[in-house]
Write a protein that binds this ligand. Structure first.
Ligand SMILES: Nc1ncnc2c1ncn2[C@@H]1O[C@H](COP(=O)(O)OP(=O)(O)O)[C@@H](O)[C@H]1O
Ligand SMILES: [Mg+2]
Length: 347
């Protein structure tokens, strides 16, 4: 039989009982397993997780009918890397129409899939850029008017307790919308304001002051642990405010069910200053953590989450030559850290 020895695709050939008779160097390179590791073993040794078992059965069934089977399979290499391959399997029949071998040919498509998802993200961002410009203008201005009116009612009218409460809800909903519009604005126009030296403690204190009511109504205790006299960073204050607002609002959402503690610490580390914002909320599993910075990724019900907060924050912090990191444990809580270069080191 002819063996496709140096092919860039990986090839596995078995006999009719699914005993592995041949793997090419492409297979060895792709999986990290050598021919000697698998030769003479049953094909099920390549079943890397339970769902593959079903796939293999289907592949064999199809092949026996003389129809090739095609599918995408995710597997782990010997080194623990996760890869995705596009597999085609087929059976080889002898002149008496009996199956003599099965052949599986697979091509690594991990990189293609990554590119595809980056492209989809880029397209989403572009479309959003156009849309957001009009939303920011057409919704933002009336909203400022509505909020001013509500505040005016609050000050001028003698309202009973229930109506005061309703008015508070209306104002806080306006604030939520304003945050959202802020996120939209930062998508289409990141250079709206000037970069100035700024004191991160001051930015955070101002935010916490504005959010006092929201924090209290959600039974959240706030602990401020600032290092005094931090060196200034250089940045666009409104954008940095938006980042911390997004992170704190997420922390509030994560603790909304049973309250908790919000800790805001600042410190300097090498040439950076860091703001660490921790909550004692529901936390995240690994799968969620991997996606939180993607535009439109949200685990919240549609009315509450747009999935823009963290992707906008990521963009803003990158534009400030900083980094943003996240650590989280399910049921225990989450810490976001924002690192920004001290002023002398920013461009
Ligand atoms: N402090 C946090 N605790 C738990 N999950 C969080 C926290 N911050 C962010 N997340 C997760 O990240 C997702 C994306 O956040 P974000 O971009 O702000 O969008 P949104 O808040 O609109 O859902 C959230 O839906 C949530 O699943
Ligand atoms: Mg959010």
């Amino acid at each position: 039989m002819f063996y496709p020895r140096n092919s860039p695709v990986s090839v596995v050939i078995t006999d009719q009982r699914l005993t592995i008779k041949y793997v090419n160097t492409g297979f060895e390179k792709a999986t990290g397993y050598l021919s000697g590791d698998v030769h003479g073993k049953h094909l099920s040794i390549l079943v890397f997780n339970p769902e593959h078992r079903d796939m293999m059965t289907r592949a064999v069934e199809h092949s026996l009918l003389g129809e090739p089977w095609q599918g995408q399979v995710k597997y782990q290499t010997k080194d623990g890397d996760t890869r995705v391959v596009d597999v085609v399997t087929s059976a080889i029949f002898n002149s008496g129409d009996q199956v003599t071998n099965f052949v599986a040919v697979s091509r690594d498509i991990t990189y293609e899939l990554e590119l595809q998802s980056q492209l989809v993200n880029a397209q989403k961002l572009k479309a959003l850029g156009r849309l957001s410009e009009s939303i920011a203008h057409d919704f933002g201005n009336p909203l400022i008017g509505i909020r001013a009116l509500l505040k005016d009612f609050d000050q001028r009218l003698e309202l009973n307790q229930q109506d005061t409460h309703l008015l508070e809800i209306a104002v806080s909903e306006c604030n939520r919308m304003q945050t959202l519009i802020g996120n939209f604005q930062h998508f289409y126009n990141s250079k709206r304001t000037f970069s100035t030296p700024c004191d991160i403690n001051e930015v955070l204190n101002r935010l916490v002051f504005f959010m006092q009511k929201t924090l209290l109504t959600n039974n959240i205790t706030t602990v401020i642990d600032h290092t005094p006299n931090l060196p200034p960073t250089k940045g666009r204050v409104d954008q940095l405010e938006q980042v911390f607002l997004n992170i704190i609002l997420n922390a509030v959402d994560a603790m909304a069910d049973q309250g908790g503690t919000l800790t805001i610490a600042t410190y300097s580390e090498k040439d950076s200053i860091c703001a660490a914002i921790s909550d004692t909320g529901q936390g995240m599993d690994e799968q969620t953590m991997r996606q939180i910075f993607e535009p439109f990724y949200s685990t919240k019900p549609e009315v509450d989450g747009t999935g823009l907060g963290l992707s906008v924050s990521y963009g803003i912090i990158s534009a400030h030559n900083g980094t943003i990191t996240c650590r989280s444990t399910v049921s225990e809580g989450t810490t976001f850290k924002v690192f920004l270069p001290v002023e002398a080191h920013t461009v």
